[in-house]
Design a binder for this molecule. Structure first.
Ligand code: G3P
Ligand code: CA
Length: 245
């Protein structure tokens, strides 16, 4: 059946039930049978690759201020579980190396979002590519960003790696952008993805991976549309829903 080919990616790990962007959340995704995880990467003051969603530490960790203003050593002292629930006290802020080390024990795909849309993070693209090569994760990663220039840099530096364009809202000139960029992944927000847009991207050869569908009605709608991946905070629910179709 066509629906069986749809993959489920756990957004920021299993964000709905676990502290986002932590190994605990990624492990939960693996245990529920997700096909992949999505997570976000920033740079520390001393140029280490840090897995966290916000530019600042305050919302999700025990630390405060900007990620870019702290050294890796300081970030290692942060707790990324305590703000979610007491059950997760002691969960660390992962580095990209930690995630790749963890990933060696499973086969999940990894959508790495370069968070270069708000801050510049000079050289982050090359650092992520170096880490991918070092851990031999080339076949398991998709690099995405709202900053399409960042994806352009990845294309120049590592033609072989899978890349994707992130969108929040659909620009009027979408067709031109997709034709000009010639990337392989189209990652729109779920509310903006219409049947027509889905067909257009598909016709142009793009894999379509909308974010973030948590309600059954949205999951069913996207599955019936024939997208390639559904990103969700609740992979268990999404897997069950897709299987029931
Ligand atoms: O990559 C899709 C999605 O994660 C983008 O939005 O804010 O959750 O990083 P955000
Ligand atoms: Ca993200």
């Amino acid at each position: 059946m066509i629906l069986q080919s749809i993959k489920i990616f756990a957004h920021r790990g299993s964000k709905g039930t676990h502290p986002e962007n932590t190994i605990a959340a990624f492990q939960k995704a693996a245990e529920t049978g997700a096909d992949g995880i999505e997570f976000d990467v920033h740079l520390s003051a001393d140029g280490e690759l840090i897995i966290i969603h916000d530019e600042t530490l305050d919302r999700t960790t025990s630390l405060t201020g900007f990620v870019k203003d702290h050294t890796a050593q300081k970030l290692k002292t942060g707790d990324a579980g305590v703000k979610f629930s007491k059950q997760f006290i002691g969960e660390r802020i992962p580095f990209l190396d930690d995630v790749f080390d963890w990933a060696k024990g499973n086969h999940l795909l990894m959508n790495i979002e370069l968070k270069t849309d708000k801050l510049a993070y000079e050289g982050i693209e090359q650092k992520v590519i170096d880490a991918i090569r070092h851990h031999e994760m080339e076949q398991r990663v998709i690099l995405s960003s709202f900053n399409h220039q960042s994806i352009e840099k990845v294309k120049l530096l590592a033609q072989d790696l899978e890349r994707a364009l992130l969108f929040e809202g659909i620009p009027e000139n979408l067709e031109q952008i997709l034709r000009d960029k010639q990337e392989s992944g189209f990652h729109p927000d779920k509310n903006s993805l219409t049947e027509a847009t889905n067909e257009l991207a598909k016709t142009l050869g793009y894999k379509i991976r909308p974010w973030v569908a948590n309600e059954e009605t949205d999951i069913i709608k996207l599955a019936k549309m024939g997208v390639d991946v559904i990103m969700t905070d609740y992979p268990e629910r999404a897997i069950k829903t897709v299987k029931s179709l």
